[in-house]
Design a protein around this ligand. Structure first.
Ligand code: FAD
Length: 390
């Protein structure tokens, strides 16, 4: 690889950029890697605005395998990412995910459950009676059951981001605060990046880890990606009736989800079909009051009295082709690698994605073959299905 400039430039220093940098630097100590991030406070990065849930409850084999690796990584993360004496905490809580099913979704849920079990995942089928017994506040009359993954859970996304960043830096990665205004090409290869401060950095490999801004970055190299920024809102509730113990991340057939948060609070959200497309971070209570609250109170009648404490809005990088990640080298531009379009489940995929991209870039054998997410499918307009559980 070229030694002038950098070997690899990563655009975007969110969890994907930092994980990829870590795996690259950890695999080849001689490699010159730069991560370019325009906002090191990460105020608008999806990573820090995420709910940070990790689950094996997917219906596509590779998404399940990705999360199995995530579970392994999260268990040892605090020790593995320690730099000298500095060890951070990621508050990893495996409190479970409960996907509820009505008549329409039962078959798909059972199919996914069988696949998860065949891959060695701990996931159980719960009857409505069992759900009611475990969580007496829930109104189960319209349910056919649900799948419960006791090992699913959540963690501190900022902690994971900082862990990857600190470790990558300790292994020699350079972190540069600037904005990439263009990915430069020479013929059908990438040549480097142009920066907002007027600088120019060369590299034979450029990795697009720009999250919800991925299409903009790709466009500068003439690459058109089916990735859109879509606003998603989260609401933090102080309910009058407090559940006894924790509630797992509970996902209703409609897509409404909620779980307990520390401090006796409840987090709730739902992806709505008309959530605005664009770089909109405004937050308001209208959707909560008009749509989410009535739906929540129907399922948990005890939650009909509450105070809306606060909330926030962040962006999903939605892959409009199929809602799955786009990973690998763009077939028409040598050296231009993509880690884009995670559509709301990317945080948990960062360990496997970082490792996969590093193996592709360094031409190493693959620990987990993720070629099913290859960008060829974008050019061929060939969606990859993930039944009902995205
Ligand atoms: C409300 C919400 C809830 C979520 N819940 C979950 C969940 O429970 N589980 C889960 O797995 N995922 C979840 N996600 C999705 C997850 O957060 C993302 O998939 C993941 O964080 C994507 O990481 P990233 O590094 O690709 O993007 P980001 O974290 O957005 O990082 C991209 C970075 O690129 C930088 N950048 C962009 N353009 C440029 C440029 N031109 N030059 C320099 N820097 C640039 C940005 O400043 C940004 O910091 C959620 C997302 C949201 C919004």
């Amino acid at each position: 690889m070229a030694r002038d400039g950098f070997d690899v430039i990563i655009v975007g220093g969110g969890v994907m950029g930092c994980s990829t940098a870590f795996y690259l630097a950890n695999s080849d100590s001689g490699l010159k890697v730069a991560v370019i991030e325009r906002d090191p406070t990460y105020e608008r990065a999806s990573t820090t605005l995420s709910l940070a849930n990790a689950r094996v409850q997917f219906s596509l084999k590779e998404n399940i395998q990705i999360s199995q690796y995530t579970f392994e990584v999260l268990e040892r993360f605090e020790n593995e990412m320690a730099v000298d004496e500095d060890k951070l905490s990621i508050s990893y809580r495996r409190e479970g995910n409960l996907f509820l099913t009505d008549d329409g979704g039962r078959q798909a849920a059972l199919k996914a459950l069988n696949l998860q079990k065949s891959l060695g995942c701990l996931v159980e089928w719960w009857t409505p009676e069992k759900i009611k017994q475990a969580y007496p506040l829930y109104e189960v009359k319209d349910l056919k059951g649900g799948t419960f993954g006791p090992q699913d859970g959540y963690f501190d996304a900022y902690g994971v981001l900082m862990g990857y960043k600190a470790k990558a830096r300790s292994l020699g990665t350079q972190f540069i605060t600037d904005e990439v205004v263009a990915v430069k090409t020479a013929g059908n290869r990438v040549a480097g990046v142009a920066l907002a401060d007027g600088g120019y950095l060369t590299a034979a490999v450029v990795v697009n880890c720009a999250g919800a801004w991925a299409s903009q970055v790709a466009q500068t190299a003439g690459v058109k990606l089916p990735v859109q920024p879509v606003k998603r809102q989260v609401f933090v509730l102080d309910t009058k009736v407090k559940p006894e113990g924790v509630l797992p991340l509970t996902i209703l057939p409609s897509g409404l989800y909620f779980r307990t948060e520390t401090g006796g609070l409840i987090l709730v959200g739902k992806s709505l079909y008309d959530d605005p497309v664009g770089f909109d971070f405004s937050w308001d209570d209208k959707r909560f009051r008009e749509i989410l609250w009535p739906e929540l109170a129907e399922f948990v009648p005890a939650f009909d009295t509450l105070r809306l404490a606060r909330g926030w809005a962040g962006l999903y990088a939605v892959n409009t082709l199929d809602g799955n990640a786009i990973l690998g080298e763009w077939p028409e531009l040598k050296g231009f690698y993509l880690a884009n379009g995670f559509s709301g489940h990317g945080l948990q995929q960062a360990p496997a994605v970082g490792r996969y991209l590093s193996e592709l870039i360094l031409d190493r054998s693959l620990s987990l073959d993720l070629s099913v997410f290859g960008p060829e499918r974008v050019l061929e307009n060939r969606p990859l299905s993930e039944e009902g559980l995205v």
